[in-house]
Structures are given as C-alpha cells and as structure tokens.
Design a protein around this ligand. Structure first.
Ligand code: ZN
Length: 92
C-alpha cells in the first residue's frame, strides 16, 4: 500500500519542511493548517514556539501539540526567572 501520496493540493513534499515533517495524515495536515494560519511556515519558526503558546492557537488542542512534539523538540527552556521555592518536607 502506497501511503506516501497526498491528496492535499496545498501540500509541499519538501523533506524537512513543515508539511513533510508533520505528516500527511489528517492530524498532520490539520496542524500544518493551524500553524500556517498563525504565520508559522518553517521548522525553525515552529521549534521556537513553546507549548503554552501553541495551545493558544485557535483550535490547537493537545492532540496537535502531541504531533508537534513528536516531530519537533520543545524549545530550550528560558533562563529561570522564578525564585526557587524550598519545599518544606513532611508534616511537622
Ligand atoms: Zn500532505
């Protein structure tokens, strides 16, 4: 069975580019379209967007996020700007 053919006329089969990266199934195309609507066109752009921001995109759910994260690692975490909380251990 040949499942490399894609019926989505908007798809671009460029290895390493978003369309190919995200996959040519239903959710892959959905993610690609949602990202495109937000102006995300390249792998580099996608790789710079943290999870929380992706989830703010319209109709972008956890299933979409899972697809993205299975293909593109999350951006390196920002320098810690939160004060460290000491966890007081156990009941006193
Ligand atoms: Zn496709």
């Amino acid at each position: 069975m040949n499942d490399t053919a894609c019926r989505d006329y908007r798809c671009r089969f460029i290895p390493g580019e978003l369309d190919d990266l995200l996959g040519h199934d239903r959710i892959g195309h959905q993610v690609r379209n949602l990202l495109g609507r937000e102006g995300v066109q390249t792998r580099e752009q996608l790789a710079a967007i943290p999870d929380a921001r992706l989830l703010e995109f319209e109709n972008f759910g956890v299933g979409c996020l899972a697809r993205v994260r299975s293909r593109v690692p999350a951006p390196a975490s920002l320098p810690a700007s939160f004060p460290e909380f000491s966890i007081s251990g156990g009941p006193s």
